[in-house]
Write a protein that binds this ligand. Structure first.
Ligand code: ZN
Length: 257
């Protein structure tokens, strides 16, 4: 198997002190590559550290998550710019809008989001988008900022089939997480059924969003297998086709190999 988990937080607390065991377990269970995604400055630096420690297995993404925007200044953005010059940093993210939590204002979220998009364009790196309850504003900003030259990922996609097609027109990939395995999630099952495999990626977002049959427990990158399995079920195709195509989609987007 060659699974590519395009969105993990191995830089987060549940994993950081047990990292060798976690990575070995991934390798034993068919994970070939994964992207460790930053959500603030220090987690982004930890992502880079992990990429250096596990070359050609772990790659890093660096960025400021919308709920972490308070107090972000020009110096922080300069630090991100420097991180983006590291060869192991394959994307800028996760960035975007999150209207579920009100710890940061939509106005500030948009400002930091747009600044990071401009930085990604300058550094020619794809972007990883976090969108929670903000699909219209997220779409409008991506369209206005004309991101098609860099492209990127709609991470843990949860919006409609119709919007997925619109994001694809902007050169975005649709990344499917473990929530697709939840019995009542008809919306995401519909997305994977209708959207062509060439536009899909798989991810865990671990330690969050654990798929069935492990729902309620800690999530691990090797559980991308269950995401691939559900996509194969919905599309009525072989799981190997899902695993191989999403793997090469990810390598192409991140310019790996
Ligand atoms: Zn995430």
């Amino acid at each position: 198997m060659n699974l590519f988990d395009t969105h993990t937080h191995l830089n987060d607390k549940p994993f950081i002190n047990d990292i060798d065991n976690v990575v070995n377990k991934c390798l034993d269970n068919g994970i070939k590559k994964m992207v460790v995604v930053g959500f603030d400055i220090s987690s982004s630096l930890r992502a880079i550290d992990l990429a250096y420690r596990f070359p050609n297995i772990i790659y890093a993404a660096v960025g400021i998550h919308p709920t972490e925007c308070n107090g972000i200044n020009e110096e922080d953005l300069n630090r991100l710019a420097n991180m983006l010059d590291e060869p192991c940093v394959v994307a800028l993210g996760e960035i975007g809008l999150d209207y579920h939590w009100d710890t940061t204002t939509p106005k500030l979220q948009k400002e930091i989001f747009i600044k990071q998009i401009k930085l990604a364009k300058q550094k020619k790196k794809p972007i990883i988008i976090h969108n929670r309850e903000a699909t219209k504003d997220t779409y409008d900003i991506l369209k206005k900022e004309d991101i098609s030259s860099i492209g990127g990922i709609m991470h843990s996609y949860s919006s409609s089939v119709e919007m997925a097609s619109e994001f694809i027109k902007l050169n975005m990939m649709i990344s499917i997480s473990g929530v697709v395995t939840f019995k009542n999630n008809h919306k995401t099952k519909e997305v994977v059924k209708k959207i062509d495999l060439d536009h899909l990626l798989i991810e865990t977002d671990c330690p969050y969003l654990t798929p069935e049959p492990y729902r309620g427990k800690t999530n691990y990158p090797n559980y991308t297998y269950y995401v691939a399995k559900e996509i194969a079920n919905q599309k009525n195709i072989a799981i190997d086709e899902v695993i191989n195509t999403t793997y090469s989609n990810a390598c192409k987007l991140f310019k790996i190999e």
